[in-house]
Design a binder for this molecule. Sequence first.
Ligand SMILES: [Zn+2]
Length: 344
Amino acid sequence: MRFADIRDQDSALEIFKRAVARDKVPHAYLFEGPPGVGKNIAARALAMILNCDEPGDDSCGVCVNCRKIIGDVHPDVRFLGLPEGKRRIPIEMVRNVQGWMEIRPHEGKAKVLVIDPADLLTEQAANALLKTLEEPRAGSLIILISDHASSLLPTIRSRCQSVRFGALDESTVVDLLLEKGLDKKESAVVAALCSGSMERAARYTGEDLAERMQAVTALLRSASDNTPQNAMAIAAALRGDRDETLAVLELMLQVLDELMWLRSSPSDETVAQSAIVRFFGDLLEDLAQRGSPRRMAQYIAAVYKAITAMTRNNMNPQLAVEGMVMAMRGRTSGGEAWGRIGAR
Ligand SMILES: [Zn+2]
């Protein structure tokens, strides 16, 4: 939970360390960047160094203030998140902390309020927060965290100092997954798939991965060797479970992304070393070595379209998958509903 525990975010840490050393911490930060790269941990680490009894280049991690912040029981540090079962952060939650923000720190040195994910504040909640951002109390800090910072109100964005967080290195993800108890082969394939995000990695770990991988393989195979009936069977098997179908399609996108990258790399050796290709075996090796970039792009477009059809237009998962396989095979007319989506 200290700065020392945060990986691959050197430029963000540099900003914090300089601000702390010069006693020039702004009253509000906006941490933006992909999910699962350490933004929330960095917020806690920052709250720690600001309240630590013996701060240096980093917090000590062992004083009473540090330990209370780690244990989430410090009276001067609060984390606001999505309440269980809710899709947005309601205005009451913001109102509840506003009075608290205005009083002096109780035990520590700085009041720190963290809102994660800030893009899920309701509009009223965001407007209420604006008031606190406009009239900050000296020595208090608000940290807004978002994977989709562009959807925050411009008036909120403009009152925060933005700090960008980047994706984690693949090797870092492997290390973190090994620490979580995954084996080497699994860690390598998940790291290759998750684009440097531990949140995405979490979606791929667990028992579901092997099954989803099989579904992806079967879909790719039926698209490439003209056996659409297989695709229909898979679609039927996934039917009724929208989330599971979306998970399979997202996995498929990541796999195709990796294949595109492999296609652009010059050596067969790179292909052979790819954790994903090794995991999927012959089919992907074949696609990686012989699939034309145009075909890969066609595949990727088809998967995107299916995901959009399901998420934005609420299309039945089975129809979406069937239409996707047709589109991958170069047939645009994959059923009436699919045709309508295609025309949008
Ligand atoms: Zn400390």
